[in-house]
Design a binder for this molecule. Sequence first.
Ligand SMILES: Nc1ncnc2c1ncn2[C@@H]1O[C@H](COP(=O)(O)OP(=O)(O)OP(=O)(O)O)[C@@H](O)[C@H]1O
Length: 309
Amino acid sequence: MSILQVRGLRKTFGTVTAVDDISFDVRPGEVFTIIGPNGAGKTTTLEMIEGLQTPDAGSISIDGLTWAKDADRIKIRIGVQPQSGAMFDLLTVEETLELFAAFYPKSKSSAEVLEMINLTDHRKKRVKSLSGGQRQRLAIGLGMINDPDIIFLDEPTTGLDPQARRNIWDIILNLKAMGKTTILTTHYMEEAEKLSDRVCIVDQGRVVTLDTPGALIDRLTKEREVRLSFLDGEEAAAAAESALQAQPTVVRTARDGSSLALWSIQPEETLYGLFGFTKEQGFRVEQVSIREMSLEDVFIAFTGKEWRD
Ligand SMILES: Nc1ncnc2c1ncn2[C@@H]1O[C@H](COP(=O)(O)OP(=O)(O)OP(=O)(O)O)[C@@H](O)[C@H]1O
């Protein structure tokens, strides 16, 4: 079952192919995240689904409705976080919500939206005096004023500090708890991993891969990186490295002074063997950590490129 179907979407600007045959389905109630580097085609894809740009090819069906036939019905069902330029500096937060509410036949009360975006205490503040995070929360509030089933958030946390980002994550998780479908774009892998039910990685206008964050990470090689440091210095690290290289579960090692990194296909087994060796030799291990694979590793594995925020 899907609430949004996107098939074979394409969009070209002059010689630039911004979106090159993108297809996906979004399920009701999920947080679906489109993630990709700058210029990957995220905004263009979102704007075509929102009806703000016309695709060169492909089709979009929003709960069975299409822009060509059902534009008015779609506008009531979807919510779009406007760009901050769409707000009036001299209006207050509350006035801005009421203005946007007036565009729709039915809307939520501004008091209810203010609570959801945690701006009740700032409702009398003018837009121009809001912080970056507060402005973004207001923009999200404007996207939910018509009580939409599907809400589109285009990079809602870009440029915000960690606390302000977390406040926005809370709003997104609340939307999910209310059963809304959220379609999000972001540059931040960590954010995609934390919030999304499914992630669609795009690069150069194409879908690289699409699945739950957990399934994408599981598809990676089973290799895990383990880092260790020794209280007994370089000599202990070098001896441990030689012992590790003899273990069949260890794929490779790297040493820097008393710090040792190893890549193992069975990290538990490897550590068991290693601790047997260190105990026997009387070496004291200072720190051990196993690095979890992340969506960043998924991006690198699929595209062969480094990920940069
Ligand atoms: N109106 C336009 N005119 C010309 N080129 C455009 C236009 N809109 C987008 N592009 C180009 O299309 C490509 C995709 O842009 P898009 O904004 O969709 O990417 P994005 O993934 O959202 O990037 P960002 O994360 O930087 O916002 C880019 O090369 C961009 O320069």
